[in-house]
Design a protein around this ligand. Structure first.
Ligand code: AMP
Ligand code: GLY
Length: 430
């Protein structure tokens, strides 16, 4: 069968790479894809982004099903449009995708279904937001309601920063319509983890756990980014925490969405803050994470096309996912000037040949005059397997050191929390 993946990043590269390994899959098309995706065996880029053109393509090529990578097409209703055209597509409807596309909707949903999350209040008026912040003090977190490509969250350590964030979003309209409303929420301490499940509207199948590194610089310093590296599994998600996340977060969310008439089909991603025995949801995403997908797909032994078919048929309770007991770790190589003003066009050299224990997933790359050049903020995610996180880390950096482009930015400490944790010393299963 032929499949279509929507997107152009490292996440979509990893999804397409994994799908193409299935003996049932003859070709995976990625729209619009990138330079690295085009090099994969059994995978082709398709230069389309408009929904109508994608629908026409899926019909013409008799695509068995389409998988949506990023949030923007989901929030724009791509799933509704494909379904109206009689096509099979894996992802939530526009209404279900509000769980990610509106922070206020997500927070109110969590309150309705008693899903643990930070205390909050939402505002459209700056004056009331300033007053609320004075009353609650810092640290405090200010979030734009809408999708802002990772630029909508301000973790303010003092009152001055908090007031400035309110003005930036509500008064200066720096984020446009995405910032017409803000959510101001309690600052939470702890360790973050990404918990992603396949969902079929009723049942959830947890994928392997992972941890992202959101800040640009080592030691979690510098500005927030889309994510500078990730590894799987995340030892902070102990078996006990894992069971509680399913029971207290994932299952109530899936049941709540169904009950409210917006059943969720797709990848449901809970961003968690874990501290001792306390679990709180920072955000829901209605898609896989990037870069979390890269290490997760490296570890997935099951046929992803079979798992997605189960989810499309509503039979996920009959499915099981097998995971490599090795850990996987991905290091992001980002462009000069990322995240504010990534520079494009720098030539990338030293890309290694294919290897058994690593894979270089491409994000912002393009082919130009026979060369691979930088064409986006996050450029590559060098992902490797190892007996534990420490060994996966060593291997990923060994490969990354061979790759060069002018102005390249890369964290040197991806995986540091797991490497410090006692659990990192042995192999893991989930
Ligand atoms: P979000 O997009 O809501 O996950 O926020 C982006 C990042 O901001 C998260 O990954 C956290 O690192 C941080 N963050 C968000 N909300 C909070 C919070 N309530 N307390 C502390 N940090 C937060
Ligand atoms: N890596 C975080 C995200 O995909 O939202």
């Amino acid at each position: 069968m032929k499949l279509l993946v929507i997107g152009a990043g490292g996440r979509e590269h990893a999804i397409a790479w994994k799908l193409a390994q299935s003996p049932r899959v003859s070709r995976v098309y990625v729209a619009p894809g990138n330079a690295g995706i085009a090099l994969e065996e059994g995978v082709s880029n398709v230069a389309l982004t408009e929904h109508a053109a994608l629908i026409e393509f899926a019909k013409r090529e008799r695509i068995a099903f389409t998988v949506v990578g990023p949030e923007a097409p989901l929030a724009a209703g791509i799933v509704d449009a494909f379904q109206a055209a009689g096509l099979s597509i894996f992802g939530p409807s526009q209404r279900a995708a509000q769980l990610e596309s509106s922070k206020q909707y997500a927070k109110e949903f969590m309150v309705r279904h008693r899903i643990p999350t930070a205390q909050f209040q939402s505002f459209t008026d700056a004056k009331s937001a300033h007053a609320y912040i004075e009353q609650h003090g810092a640290p405090i977190v200010i979030k734009a309601d809408g999708l802002a490509a990772g630029k909508g969250v301000f973790v303010a350590t003092d009152l001055r920063e908090a007031h400035a964030a309110v003005d930036h979003v509500l008064v200066d309209h720096a984020l446009g319509g995405a910032g017409a409303r803000i959510v101001v929420e309690e600052f939470l301490e702890g360790e973050e983890a990404s918990f992603i499940a396949l969902v079929d509207g009723e049942h959830a199948l947890a994928l392997a756990t992972s941890q992202d590194h959101k800040r640009l610089a080592d030691g979690d310093q510098g500005p927030n980014t889309g994510g500078m590296g990730a590894y799987s599994p995340a030892p902070v998600v102990t078996p006990e925490i894992h069971a509680r996340v399913l029971r207290e977060v994932i299952q109530p969310a899936v049941a709540g969405l169904k009950q409210e008439g917006t059943p969720f089909v797709g990848f449901l991603y809970a961003g968690l803050m874990i501290s001792e025995r306390r679990i709180k949801v920072l955000e829901f995403n209605c898609r896989l994470g990037d870069p979390e997908t890269q290490p997760i797909m490296m570890r997935l032994k099951s046929d992803l096309s079979v798992l997605i078919e189960h989810a499309l048929k509503g039979t996920l309770h009959e499915a099981e996912a097998q995971w490599d007991t090795h850990a996987a770790l991905g290091v992001v190589m980002a462009a000069h000037g990322y995240p504010d003003a990534p520079r494009q066009g720098d030539a990338i050299t030293g890309l290694p040949p294919a290897g058994d224990d690593y894979h270089v997933f491409h994000s912002g790359t393009a082919a130009q005059d026979g060369k691979v050049v930088v064409s986006g903020g996050r450029v590559l995610c060098v992902t490797a397997l190892g007996h534990n996180v420490k060994m996966a880390q060593r291997r990923a950096y060994e490969i990354a050191e061979q790759i060069r482009f002018p102005g390249m930015q890369m964290r040197r400490d991806i995986g540091y929390r797991a490497v410090q944790a006692p659990a990192a010393r042995g192999p893991h299963s989930a």
